[in-house]
Design a protein. Structure first.
Length: 185
């Protein structure tokens, strides 16, 4: 697949079948992720790949946190929270390593990890997979970060939900670059 085809055809798809994604396919996506540019070659991305029962366990952490925040929440709301990571057969949580030396800037590490995420989304497109980058409260949740083995001051920039599409939505035409671009000749 041509790179432009991957870029223009990629779209966020949330509804996926429960069919598993082969381990070697997931590894190809991660390998694409780590081709991203990163200043000082610090490789700041951290991937936690959740499949099978791993998704149930993070769902429990999310529901537990929800219960702490909303002690009066009905069981149904807790179940809904716990089921969120089950929306795809693969969820890749992406954390960002904090700089350990002054020349490395936090924002640059975040940019590099975000570039890795986009590489993964494009590689997923190339593999014929559906994917969506999600954040939400869970991405800022202390219990979720602990569950994932991340430090509390570490950024968790998203969860990449990956699987095979239930239905392929019609391709949308996005607004162009023109109103977001100036040319200085
Ligand atoms: C940092 C980031 C966080 C996002 N978080 C969510 C999210 O929590 N839930 C969601 O449905 N989509 C989320 N998205 C996906 C955007 O909603 C989506 O990219 C946007 O609607 C444009 O659609 P497209 O990806 O199909 O072009 C996120 C995207 C990014 C880059």
């Amino acid at each position: 697949m041509n790179v432009y085809e991957a870029i223009f055809n990629r779209q966020s798809i949330g509804k996926m079948k429960s069919d598993p994604v082969a381990r070697e396919v997931i590894e190809r996506l991660l390998a694409a992720g780590v081709q991203a540019p990163n200043h000082y070659k610090v490789r700041p991305w951290r991937f936690i790949v959740l499949t099978g029962a791993g998704r149930e366990r993070i769902g429990q952490a999310m529901a537990e946190s929800f219960r702490k925040k909303f002690p009066e929440a009905p069981e149904e709301a807790l179940h809904k929270e716990a089921a969120k990571p089950l929306r795809a057969p693969v969820v890749i949580a992406v954390g960002v390593e904090k700089p350990t030396e002054p020349k490395v800037l936090e924002i640059e590490n975040i940019c590099a990890a975000a570039a890795a995420c986009q590489n993964i989304l494009l590689a997923a497109e190339g593999e014929g997979l559906a994917a969506i980058w999600r954040t939400g409260d869970a991405a800022r949740d202390p219990l979720v970060k602990s569950f994932l083995g991340l430090e509390q001051d570490q950024d968790l920039i998203g969860f990449l939900y990956i699987g095979y599409a239930e239905i392929l939505p019609e391709l949308k035409i996005r607004p162009g670059f023109e109103d977001r671009t100036v040319w200085l000749d």
